[in-house]
Ligand binder design. Structure first.
Ligand SMILES: [Fe+2]
Length: 269
C-alpha cells in the first residue's frame, strides 16, 4: 500500500489550497467560504483515505487529497480531449475545477466525525482487504449528498452544473444516478456535459490509481499491517460545542499528533 510521508502530505495539502487561490476570484464570497471550510476540516481532510479497500484506490493516509488533485488534473485533460474530438464545451474552468474538487467531499465525513475509520476486525482486514470501514456514528448518507450538505453548511454556493456534477460523479455505478442518466426522453437528459466529464475523469483517475496499487511493491504488506494499527490511534480534537472540528490548540495534543506522524512516517521521510 502506498504511503505518504509528512512532507508529501503537507505538499499535497498546499497544492490543493493553491488551486483554490488560483481558481476563485480573490475576495469573492465563494473563495472566502471555501478557505474557511478547508481550514475547519483541515486536520481530518489531510489524513483521509480515498477509499476503504486496498484494491479500490488510494486507500492510504492522505489518499483523499491525492485523489482529488488527480481528478482535477484528469478532468482538465478529459475536457481538452473532448473538445479536440469535436465536443462542445459548455462549462468554465472554475465550474470544472470546483466540481472535481468536491466530487468526493462527502468522504471526509460530517461536521463532527470522519467517514472512514480503521477496520478493527482482523478477519475482514486480512480476508477482504478492508483497511477502513464506514463510520456508523455518522448519518447514513450518500457521499455526494454529504458533499452538498457540507458545502451549504459553509455557505459555498453551487450552480446547477456543479450540483449535478458532484451528484453524478459515480455515473451509472451508482443506481441513484439512473434517475438522471437513464432517461428515455431527450427533454429530460442532463443538459450540461460537465457531469459526464467529471464522471469520466473520476473513473479514469480511479482506474489508474488502482493500477498503481497493483503494480506497487506488495512486499510492504506486512509492514503496512503494523502501521494500520497505528492509524487507529489517530484522533482529531473537535469542538463539540460548535459542532465543527478545530485545529489543535493544546500543545500536548499537538505533540501527540507529531508523535503519531513520527511513528507512521519516521523511517520513511
Ligand atoms: Fe473520486
Amino acid at each position: 500500500m502506498k504511503q505518504l510521508n509528512e512532507t508529501q502530505l503537507k505538499e499535497n495539502w498546499d497544492k490543493l489550497i493553491q488551486v483554490i487561490k488560483d481558481t476563485f476570484e480573490d475576495g469573492s464570497e465563494r473563495r472566502e467560504n471555501l478557505l474557511r471550510m478547508y481550514h475547519d476540516l483541515e486536520d481530518r481532510m489531510i489524513m483521509a483515505p480515498a477509499s476503504g479497500k486496498e484494491e479500490y484506490h488510494y486507500c492510504h493516509v492522505g489518499g483523499y487529497v491525492e485523489h482529488v488533485l488527480h481528478v482535477i488534473d484528469t478532468a482538465l485533460k478529459v475536457a481538452k480531449t473532448y473538445e479536440s474530438i469535436g465536443g462542445h464545451r459548455d462549462w468554465t474552468d472554475e465550474e470544472l475545477i470546483f466540481s472535481a474538487m468536491h466530487h468526493d467531499l462527502g468522504k471526509v465525513g460530517d461536521l463532527n466525525d470522519e467517514y472512514y475509520v480503521p477496520q478493527d476486525n482482523d478477519w475482514r482486514r486480512k480476508t477482504l482487504g478492508e483497511v477502513y470501514t464506514q463510520n456508523s456514528n455518522i448519518d447514513n448518507m450518500r457521499v455526494p449528498d454529504r458533499a452538498l450538505f457540507l458545502l451549504q453548511h459553509f455557505g459555498v454556493k453551487c450552480n446547477m452544473k456543479e450540483t449535478l456534477s458532484i451528484k453524478l460523479a459515480d455515473g451509472l455505478y451508482d443506481e441513484a444516478s439512473e434517475f438522471y442518466f437513464k432517461v428515455f426522453d431527450v427533454k429530460k437528459a442532463v443538459k450540461s456535459r460537465l457531469p459526464h466529464i467529471i464522471h469520466f475523469a473520476d473513473h479514469m483517475a480511479t482506474l489508474a490509481e488502482a493500477d498503481e496499487w497493483k503494480l506497487g511493491d506488495k512486499d510492504e504488506k506486512e509492514e503496512v499491517e503494523s502501521r494500520i494499527e497505528n492509524i487507529k490511534s489517530v484522533t482529531v480534537e473537535k469542538d463539540k460545542q460548535n459542532g465543527v472540528p478545530q485545529k489543535h490548540k493544546d500543545p500536548v495534543l499537538e505533540n501527540k499528533h507529531k508523535d503519531l506522524f513520527d511513528e507512521l512516517f519516521g523511517d520513511k521521510s
